[in-house]
Design a protein around this ligand. Structure first.
Ligand SMILES: NC(=O)c1ccc[n+]([C@@H]2O[C@H](COP(=O)([O-])OP(=O)(O)OC[C@H]3O[C@@H](n4cnc5c(N)ncnc54)[C@H](O)[C@@H]3O)[C@@H](O)[C@H]2O)c1
Length: 352
C-alpha cells in the first residue's frame, strides 16, 4: 500500500487525501504550518502530524507527497521532496512563474522522480471523451474557451482583503481570474488541441486591485488556427450549464464538426456531471455525452496512484504544469506591453 504525505492541510487538501484514501493509499503523514489544521486531518487517518514539511520528507515511510500549499511555495517543497526520494503530486499552478515551474520539471527529469501537476478537469469523463473524439475530428479551426466564475468583481464593493497588496489572491494563488480560473482552461487547451505558438493578452484590472478580474487572450497554434480565451470573475447568478453562475465551456471547431465541453462547479461535482456535446458538421447529427456526477479529484488521485505504483509518467506532468505557467506569463506580459508575443517554451519537447 503506497504511503502518502500531505503538505498543506487547507481548502484543497481534502480532495487529495480523500482521493488517495478512496484509491487505497495510506495517508501516513500530514503537515501544515497551522498545527490545528494538520491535527484535524491527521486525526481522520491516524497519520503522523508535523508543522515543518521537512519532517514529512525525512519520514522514510512516505513514498509520495501531495503539495497543497500556496503556489509560491511549490518550487521549494516539490524540489526538496524529489531530492528526498519522494514522488510529488503538486497542486496547480505548478509554481508562481514559468522559471520556477521549469526548475521543478527539470528536477523531476534529473532525479527521475514522479512529478505531476494536479489539473483535475482533465479527469472528467466528458474531458476524456473529448480527447478521444478529437483524435478523429481532423484539422482544428478554432476554440472558444471561457471560464466565468460567479464571483462579483464588478458591482460588489472592493473589500479590504483585496485592497491590501499583495492581496490574498496574489499571496495564495499568484494572481487573479487568469491564474485561478483560467489556468485550468489553458491546461485543457494545450492538452486537447496543442501548444499555442503566439499570444495576445489583455488583463482587466479593477482600480485598487493588484490582480485581474478578467483575463482575455487570443492564442495561435503553429498551423494558424486560433483559441479565443476569457477568464472572468463575473456578477451573474444564473448563467451557465448548471444555471448557477458557473459558466465554464470549451467550444472546439474542427473541419468535421464541433465539440462543446461544459464543466461543473469545481468544488461541488456531486450535483451534476460534466457534459460533452458533439455535432457532426456534415450531417448535423448531435450527440450528448452525459455522465454521472463524479468527483474529478478522486479520479485524478486514483490515476496518480496507479501511475506512481507502476512507475509510469503522470499526465498532467510537471512539464504540462510549466506550459500553463509559461502561457500565463505570456498573456500577462503581452497585456502589459500591448504586443503579440511568440511563446518560447523552455523544455526539450518540440511544440506539438
Ligand atoms: N484545483 C483547483 O481547482 C484548486 C482550487 C483551489 C486551490 N488550488 C490550489 O491549491 C493550493 C492551495 O490552495 P488552498 O485554497 O488550499 O489554500 P489554503 O490557504 O486554504 O491552504 C494552504 C495551506 O497550506 C499551509 N501552508 C502554507 N505554506 C506551508 C508550508 N511551507 N508548509 C506547510 N504548510 C504550509 C497553510 O497554512 C494552509 O493551511 C494553491 O496552489 C492553489 O492554487 C487549486
Amino acid at each position: 500500500m503506497t504511503k502518502v504525505g500531505i503538505i498543506g492541510c487547507g481548502g484543497i487538501s481534502a480532495f487529495h487525501h480523500e482521493g488517495f484514501a478512496l484509491a487505497g493509499a495510506e495517508i501516513a503523514h500530514v503537515c501544515d504550518l497551522r498545527k490545528e489544521a494538520a491535527e484535524a486531518v491527521g486525526a481522520q487517518y491516524g497519520a503522523k502530524v508535523s508543522t515543518d514539511y521537512r519532517a514529512v520528507l525525512d519520514d522514510p515511510a512516505v513514498q509520495l507527497v501531495s503539495v497543497c500549499t500556496s503556489s509560491a511555495t511549490h518550487r521549494e517543497i516539490a524540489i526538496a521532496a524529489m531530492g528526498a526520494g519522494k514522488g510529488v503530486v503538486c497542486e496547480k499552478t505548478l509554481a508562481d512563474s514559468p522559471e520556477s515551474a521549469a526548475d521543478i520539471a527539470r528536477a523531476a527529469d534529473a532525479t527521475g522522480q514522479f512529478c505531476a501537476t494536479a489539473y483535475m478537469k482533465r479527469f472528467f469523463p466528458a474531458s476524456q471523451r473529448a480527447k478521444e473524439l478529437l483524435a478523429g475530428m481532423g484539422q482544428l479551426i478554432s476554440v472558444y474557451a471561457r471560464s466565468w466564475q460567479p464571483w462579483d468583481m464588478w458591482n460588489a464593493p472592493l473589500d479590504d482583503s483585496l485592497r491590501q497588496h499583495p492581496s490574498w489572491m496574489v499571496r495564495n494563488y499568484g494572481g487573479g481570474a487568469l491564474v485561478m480560473a483560467g489556468s485550468h482552461i489553458l491546461d485543457l487547451v494545450h492538452w486537447l488541441v496543442g501548444r499555442p505558438a503566439e499570444v495576445v493578452g489583455h488583463l482587466n484590472i479593477r482600480e485598487g486591485m493588484d490582480a485581474d478580474r478578467q483575463g482575455n487572450a487570443m492564442l495561435w497554434m503553429p498551423d494558424g488556427s486560433i483559441v479565443h480565451y476569457e477568464a472572468c470573475g463575473h456578477p451573474y447568478k444564473f448563467v451557465g450549464y448548471e444555471r448557477n453562475g458557473w459558466d465554464e465551456r470549451l467550444e472546439i471547431n474542427t473541419v468535421t464538426g464541433r465539440l462543446d465541453l461544459y464543466t461543473v462547479t469545481w468544488n461541488r461535482p456531486d450535483r451534476n456531471g460534466a457534459l460533452l456535446v458533439h455535432m457532426d458538421g456534415e450531417t448535423g447529427v448531435t450527440t450528448e455525452y452525459r455522465y454521472p456526477q463524479v468527483n474529478p479529484f478522486h479520479l485524478e488521485m486514483a490515476s496518480m496512484l496507479q501511475w506512481f505504483e507502476r512507475g509510469e509518467t503522470p499526465a498532467p506532468s510537471a512539464w504540462d504544469g510549466y506550459v500553463v505557467d509559461e502561457l500565463i506569463a505570456h498573456v500577462t506580459r503581452s497585456s502589459r506591453e500591448r504586443q503579440r508575443l511568440a511563446v518560447a517554451y523552455q523544455d526539450r519537447v518540440a511544440a506539438k
